[in-house]
Write a protein that binds this ligand. Structure first.
Ligand code: PLP
Ligand SMILES: N[C@@H](CCOP(=O)(O)O)C(=O)O
Length: 528
């Protein structure tokens, strides 16, 4: 007996549960059938647990783990998909390309690279096929497809052996309906917050780091000269890098700007056993140093200059479409620093359009802190002249970046999505953060930057009341509690802290407690 759930090709249900690419015809889509993961169970697996009170579907053999199980099921593996590095935005005449197994971060001319997928191979399957395939994998424990990133493996790193993948089953993050915030502050009822920060290490960086560290794992198994993996960081990249490296036993080295990241972020790589250098400079200084060091030593570069990272990060865009049942939102707002993520979102949406999963892409907004706003200034100049800036201190400390490495990628993404760049002052971003928290969220200041952009665009009428809008929340608010403490204590110089909600000091006696409660409840009572 075999049972099957969410498998669109029922002809496969009684075969191996992990049918990998073979060129038989799929009657439903009249296409050859690529990687298919089903929820079927085979007689071998079901018979292995006879003592169980109820029939156990899909149980692994008693002596195998989920990697072993995936290996057993993919014994007929064959893969028709592939990807390579090409120069970013290369013209049609360019022949320059590199295998993903090469260690290369820059094109011959010194420009950025991009991962190019074999779109002709992917196009052999229509949009409905990909939609159903991705939908069939959500929320499973199948290795590695239970991950929100690896559920899109064919579009991410198609050729990597699942055995080499280092994953914490990242992704599949909540798309939160911001009902009260939307209604109360913006008159909107279709506002959503994509909580990428509710994640393994508390930021969206996990999405890219699982891909990068998996590829490093593969390279090390191939005996390539990679002694460790390094990054410069404002706190989130370093947390993700050190966790994924620790999980796979790979040394990690992180360059942090001294006294410029939160304590929670600092302790993450320390706890995960990274080699932590606290350097007396800012992020841009650390970035320059790590690029020089990785050019000299066999340390693999983990910043988003390395285009592998963006392959994982782009899956958040695909996930948003999936969560809306493949309906395209009108706007997606992303806070920007080193500017890899805004391009990753563009790339995810664009692939979905090109492969027929959706028929358009959303307009993108990149939001920067006014204290670190090189992209905003460039946009305001009519894309006339880009100038790096000296980034000033901001509560949105993870985007305190003045010379973003992915500036060209960001401009491309914005120009091709009819995009907009906005900025937020310190007071605006903290007020927005605190207001969002007051409606039940607990967001980071970078998300406050994105919400400020939304407030401005809504007030100017660019974003309409009925527009379906997604704000990307990039890190967990618990990493940035000090900024919230400062605000609610009204301890920020030159900031009114209008929405502060400080605790009330009260004596430990019934009368005093009743007095303050009566006053509080009186203030809350409906006025007639
Ligand atoms: C929490 C957070 N939000 C936003 C960003 C900006 O992302 P990107 O550097 O890809 O623009 C970063 C890192 O830079 C970050 O750590
Ligand atoms: N916010 C980032 C800055 C570095 O960005 P990356 O995406 O290029 O690694 C961080 O957390 O370090």
């Amino acid at each position: 007996m075999a049972s099957s759930c969410s498998l669109f090709n029922s002809s496969l249900a009684t075969k191996s549960n992990f049918q990998l690419l073979h060129h038989q015809n799929n009657p439903k889509f009249n296409r050859p059938t690529p990687t298919v993961i089903s929820c079927t169970f085979s007689p071998t697996t079901s018979s292995s647990n006879n003592n169980s009170p109820s029939p156990q579907k899909n149980r692994r053999l008693p002596d195998e783990n989920i990697r072993d199980e995936a290996r057993r099921r993919r014994s007929t593996a064959e893969n028709i998909f592939s990807a390579k590095y090409i120069p970013f935005n290369a013209g049609p005449d360019s022949t320059e390309s590199y295998s993903l197994d090469e260690i290369v971060y820059r094109s011959r001319s010194g420009g950025l690279l991009d991962v190019q997928h074999d779109m002709e191979a992917l196009k052999k399957f229509d949009g409905a096929y990909w939609r159903e395939l991705f939908d069939s994998r959500v929320g499973k424990t199948t290795w590695p497809l239970g991950s929100g990133v690896w559920s899109k493996k064919e579009w991410v790193l198609p050729e990597i052996d699942p055995d080499d993948i280092v994953s914490a089953f990242e992704g599949n993050s909540n798309l939160f309906w911001a009902e009260r915030f939307g209604k109360q502050f913006l008159g909107m009822n279709d506002l959503w917050v994509k909580h990428c920060g509710i994640s393994h290490t508390g930021s969206f960086k996990d999405l890219g780091m699982t891909v990068l560290v998996s590829q490093v794992n593969r390279l090390r198994k191939m005996k390539r000269a990679v002694v460790g993996v390094g990054c410069a960081s404002t706190g989130d990249t370093s947390a993700a890098l050190s966790a994924y490296c620790a999980a796979s036993g790979i040394p990690s080295i992180v360059f942090l700007p001294a006294n410029k990241i939160s304590i929670a972020q600092l302790v993450q790589p320390i706890a995960n056993g990274a080699f932590v250098l606290s350097i007396d400079t800012d992020f841009d200084g650390c970035m320059k140093l790590i690029r020089e060091v990785t050019a000299e030593l066999p340390i693999y570069l983990a910043n988003s200059l390395n285009s592998l990272r963006l392959e994982g990060q782009k899956t958040a865009a695909i996930e948003i479409l999936q969560q809306f049942d493949w309906e395209v939102p009108d706007w997606v707002i992303v806070p920007g620093g080193n500017l890899g993520n805004i391009y990753a979102f563009y790339k995810g949406f664009k692939m979905c359009q090109e492969l027929g999963l959706v028929d358009r892409i959303p307009r993108l907004v990149c939001a920067q802190a006014a204290n670190a706003n090189p992209l905003y200034l460039y946009y305001k100049s009519g894309w006339n002249e880009f100038k790096a800036v000296k980034a000033n201190t901001t509560f949105a400390s993870a985007i305190q970046i003045g010379d973003p490495v992915s500036i060209d990628r960001a401009v491309y993404a914005l120009k091709n999505s009819n995009g907009i760049v906005e900025e937020a002052t310190e007071e605006e971003l903290m007020d927005a953060t605190v207001q969002a928290d007051s409606t039940g969220m607990f967001i980071c200041p970078h998300t406050g930057v994105a919400l400020t952009a939304l407030i401005k665009l809504r007030n100017s009428g660019v974003i309409g009341a009925g527009d379906r809008t997604v704000v990307v929340s990039t890190a967990h608010g618990l990493k940035f509690t000090q900024s919230k403490v400062d605000y609610h204590s009204k301890e920020i110089p030159d900031m009114a802290c209008r929405f502060a909600n400080p605790p009330v000091q009260v004596k430990a006696d019934f009368g005093s407690v009743m007095d303050v409660l009566m006053k509080y409840l009186g203030d809350k009572a409906p006025k007639h």
